[in-house]
Design a protein around this ligand. Structure first.
Ligand code: SF4
Length: 164
């Protein structure tokens, strides 16, 4: 099975109550190999909620549980992010997941880039908290920006062969 950020599959669970439907993922969802996950919902954050960014980070610190996440109102929400990521990791382990396709730029799901913590739209290289934890446990990450028909066919064919 392959983990996929639920907002990419059209679930309306973004901070603003919207979603980020991805045409290719919605099409390939028919194969029944995707597990929709939302670390922020699993961490029991409401929808809608104020946007949040990682304000203190390095990937090593994220994995060690030392990153700090604040929302735009200045409230620290770090624990929700780690709680949600832990639940996603448990699901990944239960299903022997090898791949995850996650929403770029999110403080939970970002794969290549995340916002820099200034709430000004600036981005920095790095993973969101859930993405960093999954990667540290050997799960290979892609964002929606890495997708193509060829890549999805390859991932799904391999995943179907494994059959977990
Ligand atoms: Fe989408 Fe991930 Fe944000 Fe949930 S935490 S809304 S899955 S980007």
């Amino acid at each position: 099975m392959i983990l996929v950020s639920a907002c990419l599959l059209g679930h309306k669970i973004k901070y603003d109550g919207g979603s980020n439907p991805n045409e290719l993922l919605l099409k390939y969802n028919e194969r029944g190999r995707f597990i929709a996950i939302c670390p922020e919902c699993f961490g029991q954050m409401p929808v809608p909620r104020p946007p949040a960014e990682i304000v203190k980070r390095t990937n090593k610190k994220i994995f060690a549980g030392k990153a700090i996440v604040k929302n735009k109102e200045g409230q620290e929400v770090t624990r929700f992010f780690y709680n949600g990521a832990d639940k996603v990791l448990k699901i990944a382990n239960a299903y022997n997941v090898k791949y995850a396709i996650l929403k770029e730029n999110s403080p939970s799901c970002g794969v290549h880039d995340i916002y820099d913590g200034s709430f000004t739209g600036k981005k920095v290289k790095g993973n969101g908290i859930c993405a960093a934890i999954l990667a540290a446990h050997g799960i290979i990450l892609y964002s929606e920006k890495d997708l193509s028909v060829v890549r999805l066919e390859t991932l799904l064919t391999e995943d179907e062969k494994n059959g977990d």
